[in-house]
Design a binder for this molecule. Sequence first.
Ligand SMILES: Nc1nc2c(ncn2[C@@H]2O[C@H](COP(=O)(O)OP(=O)(O)OP(=O)(O)O)[C@@H](O)[C@H]2O)c(=O)[nH]1
Length: 346
Amino acid sequence: MDSLLKHMVDMTGHRDHAMLDISVVSAVQELAAAAQARVWSISTIGDRTWVRMRASIAAGGRARVEDAHDSALPGQPLEAFPELAACLARRETSALACGPQSMRTLWLPIWLGDQAATCLEIVRHTPFRAATIHTIAGIVGVYRNFQNLLDYSERDSLTGLLNRKTFEDQLARMLQCPGEQEPPLPGQLERRCSNGEEKGWLAVVDVDHFKMVNDTFGHLYGDEVLILIANQLQASFRSRDRVFRFGGEEFVILLRSTTLEHARRIIDRFRSNVEAYAFPQVGRVTVSIGFVSISPYDSPVVTLGHADQALYFAKTNGRNQTCHYDELVERGLLKTVASNDTAEFF
Ligand SMILES: Nc1nc2c(ncn2[C@@H]2O[C@H](COP(=O)(O)OP(=O)(O)OP(=O)(O)O)[C@@H](O)[C@H]2O)c(=O)[nH]1
């Protein structure tokens, strides 16, 4: 019982989703004497559902946050996990699968209403005892309630993305140390603050002609477009990048340390995914994007202002494109004004 209480205290002591994930996998792994425990994100884009690992722990090891999402795919297709797929289709709260050599896998989707955006997976080499499953169900209940509380204060109610209040806190952390947004989590190698050409990046995304979507199809379809774009955003970036709804039809992305070439490629890949997507009833929707590197020497207002300038350039020069602030300045298309550190068009 001491161990259970210790885990409960640990789980409810965090104000951060990544640390909460670390706590819950550590708790269920130890309490179930599991060979492995993992937390997965579940996201649906169009008619396909994807799962992406967020945190994991193996027996005898340390819990770690997974951050290996560099592929063009938003995770692994749900079909690769047939027991989980069947469990979700039946809206069930658990599924037990038997593998070779009496290996057992317990899937525990975390339902919020009719949505399960998170799932726990616990693997044992011997059968689960009823008392163990009962204890784990209690842990999952606390985890779900606590996730709910964090979401309520941090997330936009329409899209589920992080809200502006959280943005300012995250940007301040990245500005303090652009190469390392947060202290290393358990199981991650400590990295240096700044790493050659790698920088943090801020991108501002604005839906093109969104007023026309509302005017033509109505606000409900407008809202659905925003939700689908939010899903695309969440699926397009790594789990430790941050995606926010900033207000109305404007979104902001904070990209963790990477090179200019890579930042441009992944930001523009998101833009072209939106362009290629057939929005129900509405059809084609495009977005314009401005982005800039995050410098510890610039204030949040200045950094955001530069990304906004690049976005405005994209808007006034054809829309449906990604523009890099520094490149526009270098090409003489934007001018920085030394006196107040903002930029103006020629
Ligand atoms: N459906 C819906 N519409 C919203 C929401 N928030 C803001 N809007 C609408 O978004 C529209 C934004 O329009 P504008 O700022 O004129 O921009 P735009 O039509 O996208 O034009 P450009 O940005 O220049 O391409 C307005 O009609 C707002 O009412 C929301 O939560 N849901």
